[in-house]
Design a protein around this ligand. Structure first.
Ligand SMILES: [Zn+2]
Ligand SMILES: [Zn+2]
Ligand SMILES: [Zn+2]
Length: 328
């Protein structure tokens, strides 16, 4: 069963993919399917003895180019649709331990170039409305393979969180005539207290209304709707700041900090979203401290209202120290 169903209570589409139950789950390192296929060694997902960045289609996809017909009949109350789209895996390098924090900026920039290419190619497909680039890192956020990798989901609709952001940005533009994220960048630069790292083109800060204690957003300082709007020097600056933040996260508690990295860019449905789409990355680590995790519970899951028990201005001090220790 691979299909999408609309929740009539919220108007949100949900994806169903029962074959994902059979996914490979935390194999021992010597059986890593994302390592290169060494001469004389067992075959992996990648039939190459070495590689830089590799992209391939997820073997257990929730969205596919030619989806099967839904298993259940649709009705007016319960719309059902085929799972059109794509799920891709992006393997960051052929080194089993080499994540963004360990790479140099040039290598991260090659990853950024691959992301930009996939955004362009998947976004050009008629059935794709939104290309979502993300990384789940660490067992605490449900990772099933340790080898550093990210994913790309190409959705046939704009998914709920980006849609919410676009609606807020549209309202802000109507009221003030400006892009809300451009205004946020100006305010964060002026305040300074939540900034954790920056360079000439990008700014990293704990958001004013952060959901997670150590949440960090990395934002283009000028209005750019997607990776495709960045110049080569800007892509390198983006790569540098991503690397700085990832390495700083690992310094924070002295272990590789689990996180979800989400990249928000313009939808690709030709819906004229350029003025209200401002490229940014949201990093949401579940840790509240070295030992304790934030769990989504009643208020978050039942009401959709996050409670954060730390002041963003305080966690920014700790993050700034960890990040400057890295780049020094
Ligand atoms: Zn591996
Ligand atoms: Zn903007
Ligand atoms: Zn966002």
């Amino acid at each position: 069963m691979t299909e999408r169903r609309l929740d009539p209570l919220t108007g949100e589409w949900r994806m169903f993919a029962s074959h994902r139950q059979d996914r490979t789950f935390l194999p021992p390192d010597e059986h890593c399917p994302l390592c290169p296929t060494r001469p004389g060694g067992p075959p992996t997902e990648i039939p190459l003895p070495s590689f830089d960045v590799v992209v391939f289609e997820n073997r257990f996809p929730a969205l596919v180019r030619e989806p099967p017909a839904p298993a259940v009949a649709a009705s007016e109350l319960y719309p059902v649709a085929p799972s059109a789209g794509a799920n891709e895996v992006v393997v960051y390098s052929d080194d089993h331990t080499f994540g963004i924090a360990q790479m140099d900026a040039d290598r991260v920039a090659r990853l950024v170039a691959v992301w930009a290419d996939r955004y362009a190619e998947l976004g050009a497909r008629d059935e794709v409305a939104y290309v979502f680039i993300f990384e789940n890192r660490g067992v605490a956020v449900g990772v099933t393979l340790h080898h550093p990798h990210g994913q790309i989901y190409a959705y046939p609709e704009i998914p709920p969180r980006p849609r919410l952001e676009l609606e807020a940005a549209r309202a802000h533009l109507a009221e003030h005539g400006t892009c809300v994220m451009c205004d946020v960048v100006g305010r964060e630069r002026a305040d300074g207290v939540r900034v954790v790292a920056s360079n000439g083109s990008f700014l990293a800060f704990v958001p004013f209304a952060a959901r997670y204690p150590y949440e960090v957003h990395i934002v283009s300082q000028r209005h750019a709707a997607s990776l495709l709007d960045l110049s080569d020097p800007e892509r390198l600056a983006f790569a540098e700041l991503l690397q700085t933040v990832a390495a700083g996260y690992d310094r924070l508690f002295g272990f590789p900090l689990p996180y979800v990295m989400s990249m928000h860019q313009a939808p690709t449905d030709d819906g004229q979203h350029q003025a209200i789409s401002h490229l940014h990355v949201e990093l949401t680590p579940p840790h509240r401290s070295a030992e304790r995790l934030k769990y989504l519970a009643g208020s978050e899951l039942g009401a959709g209202a996050f409670i954060n028990d730390t002041a963003p201005e305080d966690t920014a001090v700790r993050l700034r120290a960890a990040m400057s220790a890295v780049s020094a």
